[in-house]
Design a protein around this ligand. Structure first.
Ligand code: IPE
Ligand code: IPE
Ligand code: MG
Length: 242
């Protein structure tokens, strides 16, 4: 099993349009798919699930869609917080949260606080998240440390850089799933996905269910991860005897 799964939940709008429904209904249905995915990942012992909910580029959508999404995040968080807390989920929101509506920010703070001492799956919701923005902010923080004299530029290495990212403390994703057939990463986790296995499915996000997640995990388990090295000797025999 991957220790960390990242998912680009794409295709809500197309799912709705294919059914002759407004795009918003797709977003609503997408929430159900996310709840199912979180529960399955937790049941199957996956340590972390990071989901892309709203990108820094998604502000360019029509105002009513953006407003609908912000209200939806608020409503869902309010409704689900008790069960997230009970189910030992540790929820965090990654992104530039200051730009979100203040009611949503308050709820995010409450949810983060109430679940921080839980001991279950780490559930990271990327909200107003952009990979480039995250990298720039990390560079800025390191530069400020250097200016203050708390850090020497010469000592900046990959660990120091990673510890300034929003995902600090989390292992890098082993598997990236993108639904709806798009073969791009759309500014998601640019640093952290360096060696992730990428799985693209044509399934639209609201239809992503247990069977679809199982297919993604089986595909992942068939991959040979080389990390720039060579295929370890006896790998295929190893797989067969597993
Ligand atoms: C993903 O579905 C959800 C968000 C980006 C918020 P889309 O809304 O991008 O759905 P499509 O790609 O238009 O079908
Ligand atoms: C990526 O989906 C962002 C989220 C899933 C939140 P988009 O639908 O915004 O990505 P593009 O525009 O197709 O690259
Ligand atoms: Mg999309």
């Amino acid at each position: 099993m991957p220790a960390h799964v990242a998912v680009i939940m794409d295709g809500n709008g197309r799912w709705a349009q294919a059914k002759g429904l407004p795009r918003m209904m797709g977003h609503r249905a997408g929430v159900e798919a996310l709840k199912t995915t979180l529960r399955l990942c937790s049941d199957w012992g996956i340590g972390a699930l990071t989901a892309y909910a709203f990108s820094t580029e998604n502000w360019s959508r029509p105002g009513d869609e953006v407003n609908f999404l912000m209200t939806l995040f608020e409503k869902v968080l309010q409704k689900e917080l008790d069960s997230l807390e009970k189910e030992q989920v540790v929820i965090r929101f990654l992104g530039d949260l200051k730009a979100l509506p203040s009611r949503l920010q308050d709820l995010i703070n409450e949810a983060t606080k109430r679940t921080s001492t839980n001991n279950g799956i780490h559930f990271n919701v990327c909200t107003n998240y952009g990979g480039r923005h995250e990298l720039v902010m990390a560079a800025k923080k390191l530069a400020e440390k250097c200016e203050r004299g708390d850090m020497k530029a010469d000592l900046i290495d990959e660990n120091a850089f990673a510890s300034e990212l929003l995902t600090a403390g989390e292992v890098d994703p082993d598997l990236l799933i993108r639904t709806s057939g798009e073969r791009r990463i759309s500014n998601f986790l640019l640093w952290q996905l360096a060696y992730a296995e990428i799985y693209v499915t044509d399934v639209l996000w609201p239809d992503f269910d247990e069977a679809a997640l199982t297919r993604a995990l089986l595909d992942y388990q068939s991959r040979c991860r080389r990390f720039g090295g060579l295929k370890p000797r006896g790998t295929s025999e190893q797989l067969e005897s597993d």
